[in-house]
Design a protein around this ligand. Structure first.
Ligand SMILES: NC(=O)c1ccc[n+]([C@@H]2O[C@H](COP(=O)([O-])OP(=O)(O)OC[C@H]3O[C@@H](n4cnc5c(N)ncnc54)[C@H](OP(=O)(O)O)[C@@H]3O)[C@@H](O)[C@H]2O)c1
Length: 322
């Protein structure tokens, strides 16, 4: 594993982190959850990314990961970074989502209960709330650190201007923002083009990129056009993008570039995200332990020639509905 410093902080994160958004909830067996988490940790993945609502049902991924922390990982808490978040819909009523102090602090307490730990290492505001003063949301994050419930705080899915203002507020609270978590992949380059990477790097803040495989689109599994037994079939969300024959052809052409580099398409997609110096970690999901092994294999070849980057960009497309 390669470990990268998160911005200018003291914390290093693995270049590949494991996220438990999909496939770690109620329908996953405890054995399968623990097998994937264990394999990740054996490969040096020390960072596990969760949120209050990961499941289904919401909360199930944290409850399942809590079992892993009490079981396989019981001797390893100090070797592991656990992240959680609040901001998307978690419970009914006016306090169950978004960015109020009431929601963030209650939700963090619930997450700690499900995980069975005293603190999370990183706690995020999961999304920008246009109706709550940023001062309130950032004040709640800073409170969680002061209360010992989180070691560091981060922001996810914030527009650039709001992210910049939020980081200023956090600094004035004495709790600098550690990290931002945008979506970023060959198929969604907005975090780079809208200036988020640059403005966070200028402020010494790290970046962890989610869905670097575009939820699996950037892998070999759809090149035949068959969507069965995959995330696309399970969620029904990727299918629309793949019905477009041009998309499959472009994925096949991307896979050929990867092959010439001695990588699978998924490995090249991860290396492509990690080529940016602002990126601390690529945050992957996995339905099987072998996928985690393959993803870590991407680290053997992170360099790109200018011609390769240009060819990849010519083939990039924005997948719809994912
Ligand atoms: N902050 C946010 O709002 C937000 C939003 C989304 C995600 N996230 C975080 O980011 C994490 C990752 O997101 P994601 O699951 O969308 O990421 P992803 O890595 O783009 O997609 C993961 C999917 O790709 C396939 N896959 C994984 N490794 C592979 C490999 N080596 N070769 C071929 N296929 C492979 C698997 O699909 P199959 O399941 O079909 O096998 C897997 O479920 C989440 O778990 C969560 O922690 C955060």
């Amino acid at each position: 594993m390669i470990y990268r410093r998160c911005g200018t902080s003291g914390l290093q994160l693995p270049a590949i982190s494991l996220g438990l958004w999909q496939g770690f909830g109620g329908s996953a067996s405890p054995e399968s959850v623990s097998e994937r988490c264990r394999r990740a940790f054996e490969l040096g993945i020390t960072h596990f990314d969760l949120a209050n609502n990961y499941g289904p049902p919401p909360g199930a991924a944290e409850a399942n990961f809590g079992e892993v922390l009490r079981g396989d990982f019981r001797a390893h808490r100090d070797e592991i970074v656990v992240s959680s978040k609040a901001g998307y819909h978690m419970w009914d009523g006016p306090y169950g989502s978004f960015g109020s102090r009431k929601h963030l602090i209650a939700s963090c307490d619930q997450s700690l209960g499900r995980l069975g730990i005293d603190y999370v290492d990183i706690f995020y505001s999961h999304r920008f709330d246009p109706d709550t003063p940023l001062e309130e949301t950032m004040g709640a994050l800073a409170h969680l650190v002061r209360a010992g419930k989180a070691l560091y705080v981060g922001l996810s899915n914030y527009p650039v201007a709001a992210a910049v203002r939020a980081t200023e507020l956090l600094r004035s609270e004495g709790t600098p923002c550690l990290i931002v978590q945008p979506r970023y992949s060959i198929l969604d380059q907005q975090a780079e083009s809208d200036g988020l990477f640059a403005s966070m790097a200028d402020r010494g803040i790290g970046t962890i990129c989610y869905s670097p495989l575009a939820q699996g689109l950037l892998s070999d599994r759809y090149l035949s056009g068959d969507l069965t037994a995959s995330r696309a079939e399970a969620t029904g969300r990727l299918a629309a993008g793949l019905e477009n024959e041009t998309a499959i052809e472009r994925l096949r052409a991307l896979a050929q570039i990867a092959e010439a580099r001695g990588q699978t398409l998924a490995q090249m997609a991860l290396a492509w995200v990690l080529r940016r110096p602002e990126v601390t970690s690529a945050l992957v999901g996995a339905s099987r332990p072998e996928q985690i092994e393959l993803s870590v294999g991407a680290l053997r070849q992170l360099d790109f020639g200018a011609d390769e980057l240009a060819a990849i960009n010519r083939l990039a497309f924005l997948a719809e509905d994912w």
